[in-house]
Structures are given as C-alpha cells and as structure tokens.
Design a protein around this ligand. Structure first.
Ligand code: CP3
Length: 344
C-alpha cells in the first residue's frame, strides 16, 4: 500500500519518530560504483540518456544504504538541451551552453511541445525504476525551477552571482519573461511525463532563488513554482511536490502556502529550531544537514544530525542534506548519518 511508504507519509503531513531519509546527489562521484558506471557510459550526458545505466546509478545508493527515496538520475540542464540549446560539460569545471541574450537567440529555441523526443530516454529510466525499486522506496522525479534554468541558459554556464541573467532581466524584461514562460511550460510537461512514467513525487530545484529579492523573488521564483505546482495538481491530483528555493532567507516564510507545494526543502543556512517554529507549521519540511559533514564526519556529524532530528520531531520531516553531497565525501560518513537518524 502506497501510504505505507515513509516518504509519502511525511509528505501527507504525518510526524514519525524516525524520519525518512534520502540525500541530494546521492548517486554521484563520491561512490566508486557510480564512477565505474559513468566510465562505462562514456561521459555524464551519455549516462543521463542511457536509461539502463541511469537506472543502475539511481539504484546504487539504494542498495548500499537503503535510503527511503530514490531520485531519478538526470540533470536540470536537459530541458535547455531539449529546447534546442547546445549543452556540454567541461571536466572539472561544469556545464557549458549556447547563450541566450537576444531575440534572435531565443527564436532558435523550439516550442515546449517538442521536448519529449529528446527526453524520452528519461521517461524510460523512470519506468525501469518504478519496476525495480524495492516496495518501500519512493521514486522522486525532478526539474530545475525556471529562474535557475534560465540563469544557465542566459550565461551559458554557472555564474557566482547570476549576473548575466539579472542583466537581461534589467535590459530586456519582455525577452527575459518570455524565456521564463517557455521554460515553465516545458517543465510542466516534463514533470507530467515523469509522473505518468511512475514518479511518485516531484521536486523543483531553484538553486539560485537566493539571488532574487522582493518583487523579483515573487515574480520569478514564487510565481513559476506556484504555476508548475497548480498545473501538476490539476493533471495529477495527489502527487506531492517538494520545493527548494535555496538560500531564499526570509522569503522561505509563507512559500509553501503561497505556492501550494507539499514540502519545503531547507538549505544549509536555515536554523532548524527557527524553521520548526516558522516553516514546519505550514507542513512537511526537508533537510538540512550541511553537506560538509559528509567530508569531515565524526562527533560533529552525529551531534548536528541529532540536533536536526530533534528540532523537527514534532511535525512532518524528511531528513536530507542542505545541498548536494560533494565528490570528496567519504561514503562511511553517509552510513554514520543514516545510522544516527535511525538509532532513535
Ligand atoms: O540528486 C541526484 O542524485 C539526482 C541527479 C541530479 C544531478 N543534478 C546529477 C548530476 C540532480 C537532481 C541534479 C540537479 C542539478 N543539476 C542542479 C540543482 C541542484 C543543485 O545542485 O543546486 C543544478 C544547478 C544542476 C546543474 C549541474 N549539473 C551542474 C552545475 C553540474 C556540475 C557541477 C558538478 O557537481 O560537477 C552538474 C553535473 C552533475 N549533475 C553531476 C551529477 C551527478 C556530476 C557530473 C559528473 O558525474 O561528472
């Protein structure tokens, strides 16, 4: 029975004495078995589009650790690629894309309805996973939030301050808004297909939400998340949505209520005791052990893990990191975190 899955129970608002746990970037370079499968695939993007191998790396951390959720192995930058942008990854540096700075660049993108031919292998990965995952494990699909995806499409790479995206917003707001609208539409269709293929929960990653302030935050972080959530709820009633407006600070307040998401994912900067009082009152929260503990381990890891479990023990909570695990993490520290969460 689906309701027995710990993640779905937390998302439905149930408080549990031992919270369910999964980890952002749980399939990744810190695991030797991931590195081996990636080498077999050739490179990162080939791995994303190879459904059998993408399902295999998704399952690796489930076999090794028994996490309560598996997250589809893919990337937020597949949407730009499916819309027609060039995408490649430079080893040791990160993603590169063709840039969008003019109407002419934007005109080269395809319509949102054309993304599925490129993205079909991702839906196939979801289908394989929904067959192969253990009965107690929840399958999470995901996409990037429109603002975060746009920051990469505009700059053509990751940027420390999202400067090029802010510049386009200032210099050509209609073009900036047209780009966000295109990504929003594609994201709704993409997540909808993931759900039809078997995703039981979806998560919207707004990694750069923190660089939007005031009215801009409302228009370009909160509003797209609300639109995506509303459209998905209409098409797929009962499928929970997790939102992650990373580094949003005070704007975390009321975000879940206003967007209609079922769970608010907290970044490393959010104080758990404050969040329990001010955010968890609106529903489930997810987070938020600092990823660096997966590198350093020891007593500090145990102490911080316990403090987070304790802070959120009176309401619905999914234990996770505050951001993705890094390649230099020690796999033994992941086990220590899980054992500490489950010891209660
Ligand atoms: O969490 C998971 O295990 C699921 C898979 C997943 C990946 N990326 C795999 C990945 C998810 C959910 C993402 C999301 C993602 N991708 C975000 C949002 C979350 C965040 O981290 O803020 C962003 C901004 C991206 C874009 C992206 N992908 C960047 C900037 C990079 C390069 C940085 C890096 O870590 O190398 C990637 C590559 C990437 N995506 C890797 C993985 C496992 C590493 C690629 C490799 O194997 O070399």
């Amino acid at each position: 029975m689906a309701e027995q899955k710990k993640i779905l129970r937390a998302l439905a608002g149930e408080k549990q004495s031992v919270p369910p746990i999964w980890m952002m970037r749980q399939a990744g370079r810190y695991l030797p078995e991931y590195r081996a499968t990636r080498a077999q695939a050739g490179d990162f993007l080939s791995l994303c589009y190879n459904s059998e191998l993408a399902a295999e790396v998704t399952l690796q951390p489930i076999r090794r650790y028994g996490f309560d959720a598996a997250i589809l192995f893919a990337d937020i930058l597949l949407i730009p690629q499916a819309l027609g942008a060039d995408l490649w990854f430079v080893t040791g540096e990160g993603p590169r894309l063709s840039t969008i700075t003019s109407e002419a660049d934007f005109a080269k993108l395809g319509p949102a309805s054309d993304i599925h031919e490129t993205l079909n292998p991702i839906y196939e990965t979801v289908k394989i996973l929904s067959r192969e995952l253990p009965a107690e494990t929840t399958l999470i699909g995901f996409a990037g939030a429109p603002w975060t995806v746009a920051t990469y499409m505009i700059a053509g790479r990751g940027t420390p301050d999202q400067g090029p995206a802010h510049a386009l917003k200032q210099e050509n707001r209609p073009l900036f808004e047209a780009l966000l609208a295109r990504i929003t539409e594609a994201t709704i269709d993409y997540l909808s297909k993931q759900i039809e293929a078997g995703a039981e929960v979806v998560k919207i990653f707004d990694s750069w939400a923190g660089s939007l302030k005031g009215e801009d935050f409302r228009k370009y972080a909160l509003e797209p998340c609300r639109q995506i959530t509303a459209a998905l709820k209409e098409r797929h009633p009962g499928i929970p949505v997790i939102g992650f407006p990373r580094e949003a600070g005070d704007a975390y307040l009321g975000f879940a209520k206003e967007t209609g998401i079922d769970c608010l994912a907290l970044d490393n900067s959010v104080d758990p005791l404050w969040a329990a009082q001010n955010l968890q009152v609106d529903g489930c929260v997810q987070g938020n052990l600092a990823s660096r503990h997966m590198v350093t381990g020891g007593e500090e890891l145990v102490k911080e893990t316990r403090a987070i479990v304790q802070a959120f023990q009176n309401g619905p909570h999914i234990f996770n990191l505050g951001h993705g695990i890094t390649p230099d993490a020690n796999p033994d520290n992941v086990k220590l975190m899980i054992d500490t969460v489950r010891e209660a």
